[in-house]
Design a protein around this ligand. Structure first.
Ligand code: IVH
Length: 675
């Protein structure tokens, strides 16, 4: 009996290997060697065996690519190594500057670069343990992503197991998920046939398909994957010399890599590659938005290191923004948090660079005058990457006879208060202050935003209703909300109302820096709020500080100091703060740092790296605490790192810290240092 099972087990294993090989030939090499019917037959045979002998089912079986039961939510995955972003360049001069910086940094005249297409898809990280695909995640914030393993398993060009006898214990492969142009056209045809919405472009289609809680839907969507690097690994076969060799190695493990990649020398090589790819762009089977240059030598990459969240050794050279001509139907005026009135162009819908654009920013009245924009004009609209589209210019020859001049309203279009324009400002502002519903809504949204009080789930639809129905007038009113009032709002079931109330309650415990930022004082962004909190240590000291005292704080000049003084001079603002405190909003206060000009903060010049999960502090909180005292938090360990803070399940940064002899702290050690 055992012998029979062993035989079947072996047969199933052979079938799996064979089917995966056909997947590779079909989806990666684009060179199938058997007819589809033969492939289907093998897959069905494997399915039958696994049905009869469920004990033989394995997570890496090709039968598992059809999707699984829908999830309620994605869980989170901590990347073993952060997923960084790339610095961008559009112009040749920026490219020259990059090449110069690299050469100067390495003390060489010319550098070898690995050059690749810049895929216009979604970054993912695939983790293989013992050669088996275990987990896959989105990029998220670069440190923590969403677990989309089940969805990624449905992508046939992603190997479920590595085709080697001695697989590496650990290998994290980084790359991009995208939808081929042909598959995108196919999908849209199917959507139309089903009477469903078409996708605007392959990138949106890929994003919509990948972020499905139901992996069964993802499985119907024909996504594909291209590898462009590795994250963490324990792999004795990993090439240690050049990026291009790493890519060849990944290809040998059956990962799809771009055929268009190459290796070039110096600035001339970069430019020639850019031009060559630009010519091929239309003919490529997938969308790209530029090319990526990477210093090829891994030793040189290490030497160059990183600036904030991007490597110094790499650059994304983007294609120029895309433009189209359309008609300006009208100009709406939006009111921002500080009352600024912004004219927004309402456009006849036009397809630019893969999306339909209906609005574009016009910045302010001067800009409209400078560009001589009239309502009814034919205008050139430009879209670059993900930024808000803008109007470049007017096509004067096409100006219709009835085109109208636009003038900024003299009153706020929302509350009717007078709008004024200060002599030295480009914008007009509504003088309604927090009595203007538009400003009030924006102020509340800012107060609740992630980097401020972080009230999850409090979005614009909800805030609009709360303000329109006068349930909430100020941020303090949020803390007085009851279940009844909330549950009465549109699209608010009891459960979601409960969730919001819990999120509001949770936000009561905050930090001084977040609270100051949340107040929405003009010219006080997150960094200034952190500086104020670190130097003054208490809200009362901030309220009492006069302009002279404030300007003793590094980086605080007369304009910011005046904005702060103006804010606290307003009785209404102080009342709201009192109410917030009375409702239980609290934070830890401290003595503050001596504010003598130029005196450095205690951790000034010290660099920290965080790795693993700390017992009580989140990464964000630990970072805030370190930065408040002048320290810097970096993502990679180098000789310049002063401390590595280690939590549970640390990554390789911990090993690196030990090997470089860098001080290692746990959370308690960190807290002691911060004291
Ligand atoms: S390398 C440390 N190579 O561009 C650098 N990224 O802004 C890691 N991307 O989110 C990225 N094609 O998803 C690299 N050939 C390529 C790429 C590429 C597209 C995306 C990537 C990332 C973004 C970086």
């Amino acid at each position: 009996m055992n012998e029979k099972i062993d035989k079947i087990k072996q047969h199933a294993q052979d079938l799996r290997a064979e089917i995966e090989l056909h997947n590779y030939r079909y989806y990666v090499l684009d060179n199938p060697t058997i007819p589809d019917a033969e492939y289907d037959k093998q897959l069905r045979e494997l399915q039958r065996i696994e049905q009869d002998y469920p004990q033989l089912i394995r997570a890496d079986s090709p039968t598992q690519r059809v999707g699984a039961a829908p999830l309620k939510a994605f869980s989170q995955i901590l990347h073993r190594k952060p997923m960084l972003s790339l610095s961008n360049a559009f112009e040749e001069v920026e490219l020259e500057a990059f090449n110069r910086r690299v050469c100067e940094g390495l003390l060489v005249d010319s550098v070898e670069f690995a050059v690749e297409p810049k895929f216009d898809g979604l970054a993912v990280s695939l983790c293989y343990e013992g050669g088996i695909f275990k987990t896959g995640a989105t990029r998220g914030d670069g440190y923590i992503g969403e677990d989309i393993t089940l969805n990624l398993k449905t992508i046939k060009s992603i190997p479920l197991s590595l085709p080697v006898d001695n697989p590496p214990p650990l290998l994290e492969v980084r790359g991009e998920v995208l939808m081929l142009k042909a598959d995108f056209l196919n999908l849209n045809q199917r959507q139309v046939a089903k009477g469903e919405k078409e996708f605007a472009n392959p990138r949106n289609a890929a994003a919509g398909s990948l972020r499905q809680l139901d992996s069964g839907i993802t499985a119907t969507r024909c996504l594909t994957f291209f590898a462009y690097g590795v994250g963490e690994y324990q792999d004795s076969h990993m090439p240690l010399d050049k990026h291009s060799h790493v890519m060849t190695y990944l290809a040998s493990l059956h990962f799809p890599v771009a055929k268009e990649s190459s290796v070039v020398k110096g600035l001339q090589g970069l430019l020639a590659y850019f031009q060559a790819i630009e010519l091929q762009r239309e003919r490529l089977p997938y969308d790209i938005d530029g090319v990526v240059y990477k210093v090829n030598s891994l030793t040189q990459q290490k030497q160059l290191g990183f600036v904030s969240r991007a490597p110094r050794f790499a650059l994304a050279h983007k294609f120029p923004a895309q433009e189209a001509v359309t008609q300006l139907l009208g100009i709406d005026v939006q009111v921002g948090r500080t009352g600024a009135l912004t004219p927004v162009a309402r456009l006849k819908p036009v397809f630019v660079g893969g999306v339909t654009v209906t609005n574009a920013t016009l910045h302010n009245a001067d800009e409209i005058e400078r560009k001589d924009v009239h309502i009814g004009d034919a205008v050139i609209v430009r879209r670059a990457g993900d930024v808000i589209p803008e109007i470049v210019s007017v096509v004067l020859e096409k100006r219709p006879a009835d085109a109208r001049v636009f003038s900024m309203p003299e009153h706020c279009p929302v509350c009717g208060a007078k709008a004024v324009r200060l002599a030295d400002e480009a914008v007009s502002r509504c003088t309604g202050g927090l009595f203007c519903p538009a400003q009030r809504k924006q102020a509340i949204l800012h107060f609740a935003s992630r980097r401020a009080m972080d009230i999850e789930g409090l979005g614009d639809k909800l805030v609009n209703q709360m303000v329109d129905q006068a349930i909430v007038r100020t941020p303090a009113d949020l803390y007085k909300l009851g279940l009844g009032a909330l549950a009465n709002l549109e699209r608010m079931a009891k459960k979601s109302a409960g969730n919001i109330l819990r999120a509001i309650e949770k936000s009561k415990h905050t930090t001084l820096a977040r609270f100051i930022y949340a107040l929405g004082i003009r010219n006080v962004g997150e960094t200034t709020a952190k500086d104020l909190a670190a130097h003054l240590g208490s809200l009362d000291r901030l309220i009492e500080a006069d302009s002279v005292r404030l300007q003793q704080i590094p980086d605080i000049g007369p304009v910011v100091a005046q904005s702060i003084a103006d804010f606290f001079a307003e009785a209404h603002n102080c009342e709201v703060i009192e109410q917030l405190r009375a409702c239980g909003v609290h934070w830890n206060e401290h003595e503050g740092i001596s504010v003598l000009v130029g005196e450095p903060k205690p951790l000034y010049g010290k660099t920290f790296v965080l790795t693993g999960t700390l017992p009580t502090l989140s990464r964000e909180e630990a970072k805030e605490k370190i930065e408040a005292l002048g320290g810097k938090v970096s993502s990679s360990v180098s000789k310049k790192t002063n401390y590595v803070v280690v939590g549970a399940d640390p990554g390789s940064k911990y090993d690196k810290a030990l090997s470089l002899g860098i001080s290692v702290l746990d959370e308690i050690g960190l807290m002691e240092l911060l004291q």
